[in-house]
Design a protein around this ligand. Sequence first.
Ligand SMILES: Cc1cc2nc3c(=O)[nH]c(=O)nc-3n(C[C@H](O)[C@H](O)[C@H](O)COP(=O)(O)O)c2cc1C
Length: 209
Amino acid sequence: MMQKGIRKNTVVVGISGGSGAAVGKRVVDLLLEAQVPVALTASNAGRQVWQQEMEYAFADAVKEWNHDDRFSFHPVNQTGSLIASGTAPTAGMIVAPCSMATVAAITTGIADNLLRRAADVTIKERRRLVLMPRETPLSEIHLENMQKLARIGVSIMVPAPAFYLHPKSVDDIVEYLARKAIDALRIENTGLPETLIYTGMPENPTSEE
Ligand SMILES: Cc1cc2nc3c(=O)[nH]c(=O)nc-3n(C[C@H](O)[C@H](O)[C@H](O)COP(=O)(O)O)c2cc1C
């Protein structure tokens, strides 16, 4: 029998220990709002950083999301989870935020926790993998790892704000980043609702006078 929430259009979301837990949270919220099934996993460091950055507990967020039939949470040490297998049909995976440690593990195929294994599976099944790696400055090691992933088609979405959209708040920036990450799944090819396609250009673009 299928575990809760693993359907063909399920998006796997991984929250790892980079800074930017709010983006991972908003990705989950947006997908659920659009009635897209979400299978969430979070590394131990991801939960720790969430604790430090967010104003409420990760466990409370999971509790709330769990009210939605389309949501399933997969503990990072649960190697028997369906998202550890390519047999579970998914529409792809977003890791937001993605730590440099997780980038390195994915690059080298070290699938030593469920989040990293799910990313490994996404690559081997040739599904869309979107990473939001966050670190600054980036070392040659970080850049080489990301280059290797980009070359095999992984989408590297650095959390760079769109200043041309004149964000008024951190929430505006988080909203933009979360929507761009979802868009990078190439949702037009996955059967996900078109409402998720990002069209957020400024209403009154500044003309160059
Ligand atoms: C508050 C806090 C912020 C962090 N921010 C980053 C970051 O932006 N990028 C990064 O690569 N690691 C960051 N780290 C370090 C990672 O959490 C650490 O390397 C961890 O081992 C990553 O494990 P994971 O890849 O399993 O999540 C941060 C750690 C803490 C406690």
